[in-house]
Design a protein around this ligand. Structure first.
Ligand SMILES: NC(=O)c1ccc[n+]([C@@H]2O[C@H](COP(=O)([O-])OP(=O)(O)OC[C@H]3O[C@@H](n4cnc5c(N)ncnc54)[C@H](O)[C@@H]3O)[C@@H](O)[C@H]2O)c1
Length: 280
C-alpha cells in the first residue's frame, strides 16, 4: 500500500508503546484513525499527541472478546465506511517455567495475543474484501514467534501462532488474487510497557506463575536495554507496508538465532538456546 494519505488505519493496543507510535506516524502520513484499547485513558493520551485536525474514532475494546472486536469493525465502517490498514497489535506477556505456568496465564495470553488477532481477521477481512478498495493487515507477532527462548513458552506459543496464521492468511489471499495484503511484525526487545503487562491482567485470570518473577526480571532488563525505540518500530513497519513486505524483522541480528533454530530442525539436533544470541 504505497499511498496512506486520506486512508483509514485501525490500531489495537493504541494506548501505549508500538500502537501509540503507529498512531502518531499514521496521522503524520495523513491517515484517519480508529484507536482501540482496553485502556480508554491511554487512548486519550495518544490522541493528545496527534497533529491537530486528525480525524479519530476512539473505541474501548478488549481484543480477547469477539463481540468487542466486532463492535470495533461496526464502528469503523459506520464512521469511515472503510478500513485500509489494520494493526492487530494489542498484546501482553508473561514469563516463567512452563511446568509452573498457570491455566490463567495460558488463557489470558492466548486470548489476547492469538485470539485477539483471530478476532481482528474475522471481523475486518470480510469487510475489507467487500469494500472495493485495497487493504492491508499487519499482525504484531515478535522475534519470540520465530525462536523459542527459555521462560517464554506461553508468549512464544502465542507469537508462533500469529506468525503461522499470518503465513496461512497470506497464501489464501494471494491464491485468490484478493486485494488484501498481510505483514507480520517480529521485533526483538524494545522499551515499551510490555514488561509491565500485569496492569492489563483481568481480575478473573489473576492466578499468575509463582516462578514467573525470575524470568520476568531478566525480560524487563532486556526490554529496558533495547536500542530501537517504539517510534523506530513504527517507522520500519510503515516502510514495510508501503513496500508490501510480509516479514518485518526490525532487528536484523535476530536472523542468526532464526537460522540456528532452522538448522537445528533440519539437522534434527537438540534446540540451541538462542537467548544468548538474541539482541537487545
Ligand atoms: N516491546 C517489545 O519488546 C515487543 C517485542 C516484540 C513484540 N511486541 C508486541 O508488540 C505489541 C505491542 O506491545 P508494546 O510493546 O507496545 O507493549 P505496551 O504494553 O506498551 O502496549 C500494549 C497495549 O496493548 C493494550 N492491551 C493489552 N491487553 C489488551 C486487550 N485485551 N485488549 C485491548 N488492548 C489491550 C495495552 O493496554 C497497551 O496499550 C504486543 O503484541 C507485544 O507482544 C513487543
Amino acid at each position: 500500500m504505497r499511498e496512506l494519505d486520506g486512508k483509514v488505519a485501525v490500531i489495537t493496543g493504541a494506548a501505549s508503546g508500538f500502537g501509540r507510535e503507529l498512531a502518531i506516524q499514521c496521522a503524520a502520513a495523513g491517515m484517519k484513525l480508529v484507536l482501540a484499547d482496553r485502556d480508554a485513558a491511554g487512548i486519550g493520551a495518544t490522541v493528545a499527541l496527534l497533529p491537530a485536525g486528525t480525524e479519530v474514532l476512539e473505541q474501548r475494546c478488549d481484543v480477547s472478546k469477539p463481540n468487542d472486536v466486532e463492535a470495533l469493525a461496526e464502528a469503523t465502517y459506520g464512521r469511515f465506511g472503510a478500513a485500509h490498514l489494520l494493526f492487530n497489535n494489542a498484546g501482553v506477556a508473561v514469563s516463567g517455567p512452563t511446568w509452573t505456568t498457570t491455566l490463567d496465564d495460558w488463557k489470558w495470553v492466548l486470548d489476547v495475543n492469538l485470539m485477539g488477532v483471530v478476532h481482528g481477521i474475522r471481523s475486518f477481512v470480510p469487510r475489507m474484501l467487500a469494500q472495493g478498495q485495497p487493504a492491508h493487515v499487519v499482525n504484531t507477532a515478535s522475534a519470540a514467534g520465530l525462536v523459542s527462548p527459555p521462560g517464554s513458552s506461553v508468549y512464544c506459543v502465542s507469537k508462533h501462532g500469529v506468525v503461522t496464521l499470518s503465513e496461512c492468511l497470506h497464501h489464501e489471499l494471494t491464491l485468490g488474487k484478493l486485494p488484501v495484503g498481510v505483514s507480520v511484525l517480529c521485533p526483538a526487545f524494545v522499551p515499551t510497557g510490555i514488561g509491565h503487562s500485569e496492569r492489563n491482567r483481568p481480575a478473573e485470570l489473576a492466578d499468575a506463575n509463582p516462578e514467573g518473577e525470575i524470568y520476568a526480571e531478566l525480560m524487563r532488563k532486556a526490554i529496558a536495554a533495547g536500542k530501537l525505540t517504539a517510534a523506530d518500530i513504527a517507522r520500519i513497519t510503515l516502510e514495510a507496508v508501503r513496500e508490501g513486505r510480509f516479514y518485518i524483522i526490525t532487528h536484523p541480528t535476530i536472523k542468526k538465532a532464526i537460522e540456528i533454530r532452522m538448522q537445528d530442525i533440519l539437522e534434527e539436533r537438540s534446540p540451541t538456546n538462542t537467548l544468548r544470541v538474541t539482541p537487545n
